[in-house]
Write a protein of this length. Structure first.
Length: 503
């Protein structure tokens, strides 16, 4: 596994462009293209480029440029809202791949031993997973575009989500990409790499078969989703949703879900709207879960609040959205970054986050765990709701700002991942599509409501109980990745010490 020699300035510029493009290659694995089959191969060109870097410093630069390309490609739909600030954010987040670039070069060059055949895929994948963990922090944009989430429609991957969450699937995908590079570039390590791959594949298959399955109820709950479509004005949107909901009368719905920001007025300050919602509940025979995006009476600022409404009016508890969208719903470090509002559609005023998750009781004893929009990207929130006893997860969303982009489809796909991880069915209701419902295994229930529709959907959903391995053991795949990097670091330090002692 010999190293390449450096070229002139012109070749280095070409390397930079190649790194930028190679980093963007994984983007089509996510919806809308949805090339899930490309995921086991999409990193190979980038890895080969990093392996050929003439120095560790150049590998770090190529890692950063590739990370910049990846973040731009995966988040390109933000450009109309954040404009040039999207490039600045991508450049900042791309820095996370700089040390990874040096790590890749170190692990994929050198003698082709059995140890390297095993350590390289595990180490490269572990480094990638740590990057995914770091950039999953809400303040850095949250866990959008995690490689494992691209497999939301693949049956075996759904089983693995229940074992180790999205983290485990990301880990395995990057390991497969790296193993392909090892097999292609080092003939002496091929047998060991193939043998190690076979062991990992057998372990993954065994884990998927062993993993406990959710305990689904025999009786299905009839849940309706109201999707009004693109409408200008809070009052007009409320009217459209009211008409669509009224059409559900006599159809047996037990829970009706409106999307995020479906009510643009505080229900305490507007009792007339609360009365209209209660009348809809009586007419349809169902409780309504709406989402209020307004200044709350007697409280400063704006909150996004999920409110359950029954025949007599709002029913406690309410849920205030906890994880807010950076720049969309608040500006991090506003005194420093507030200028973003002048170059794009960043939030002019920060929303107020909630401080706790809640469960809502619907008729028949069903316990509903609400999530709002961006929160479906976070594995820990749905896991906590499942541990608390939720039988059904409901996500209220609005992606109308990005209506003609990849965002609506990609956002809906995250509901399948959360369903498979938590072992709970997930209802993903949006204002303008894509709305979708997934069962406790992450498989679709009924039709998806596309972005071109203004309609309702009625779904038979089986609530679930019990714990998946992921709900029970949490982010063990992340801890394993960090542990493996510590082992690799210890081995490298030991070799350096022995080398100095031999001088």
């Amino acid at each position: 596994m010999e190293r390449a020699t450096s070229g002139g300035p012109r070749s280095l510029w070409w390397r930079g462009l190649a790194a930028l493009l190679a980093g963007a290659l994984p983007a089509p694995v996510f919806p809308a293209p949805g090339w899930w089959w490309w995921a086991p191969f999409c990193l190979v060109p980038w890895l080969l480029l990093l392996r050929s870097a003439p120095s560790a410093r150049r590998a770090a630069l190529d890692g950063w440029l590739g990370g910049l390309g990846f973040m731009l490609a995966v988040h390109h739909w933000l450009m109309p809202s954040l404009h040039v600030f999207t490039l600045a954010l991508a450049a900042l987040l791309g820095l996370a791949w700089a040390p990874w670039g040096s790590l890749v070069r170190a692990l994929l060059t050198g003698p082709g031993t059995a140890w390297r055949a095993v350590s390289a895929p595990a180490g490269v994948a572990s480094g990638w997973l740590v990057i995914e963990l770091v950039r999953s922090w809400q303040g850095l944009g949250g866990p959008w575009g995690l490689l494992g989430a691209s497999q939301w429609q693949v049956g075996p991957a759904l089983r693995l989500f229940s074992v180790g969450g999205v983290w485990l699937v990301s880990l395995l995908l990057v390991a497969v990409n790296t193993a392909l590079v090892v097999v292609a570039t080092c003939s002496r390590a091929r047998r060991a790499a193939v043998a190690a791959g076979a062991v990992v594949a057998a372990a993954a298959a065994g884990g998927a078969l062993w993993a406990p399955r959710p305990e689904t109820a025999e009786r299905a709950v009839r849940v309706a989703v109201v999707q009004p479509g693109v409408i200008t004005g809070a009052a007009q949107r409320f009217d459209r949703q009211e008409r669509l909901t009224a059409e559900l009368a006599g159809r047996g719905a037990e829970l009706v879900v409106w999307g995020e920001s479906s009510v643009g007025f505080d229900l305490t300050a507007r009792p007339d709207l609360a009365d209209r919602l209660a009348a809809l509940s009586r007419r349809t025979g169902a409780q309504l879960l709406v989402n209020v995006d307004a200044r709350r009476h007697g409280r400063p600022g704006i909150s996004k609040t999920s409110v359950l409404v029954g025949p007599s009016g709002p029913v406690p508890p309410r849920y205030d959205k906890m994880r807010l969208v950076p720049f969309g719903e608040y500006v991090p470090a506003r005194p420093l970054l507030g200028w973003a509002t002048s170059v794009g559609r960043a939030a002019g005023e920060d929303r107020h986050p909630g401080d706790r998750q809640v469960l809502m009781e619907s008729p028949g004893g069903l316990r509903v765990g609400p999530l709002v929009c961006f929160e479906t990207a976070f594995p820990d929130l749905s896991r906590r709701l499942a541990r608390a006893g939720a039988g059904l997860l409901v996500a209220q969303s609005a992606t109308s700002t990005f209506q003609e982009s990849w965002a609506p489809g990609q956002h809906a796909s995250l509901a399948a991942v959360r369903a498979a991880e938590s072992g709970r069915p997930v209802v993903h209701a949006t204002l303008t599509g894509v709305s979708a419902v997934f069962d406790a295994s992450g498989r679709p229930v009924g039709p998806r409501l596309g972005t071109e529709l203004s309609t309702t959907g009625l779904y038979r959903v089986h609530p679930a109980a019990g714990s998946t391995a992921y709900v029970r053991f949490g982010d063990w795949a992340v801890y394993a990745a960090v542990g493996w990097l510590v082992v690799l670091g210890g081995v490298a330090v030991g070799r350096r010490v022995r080398g100095r002692a031999g001088l």
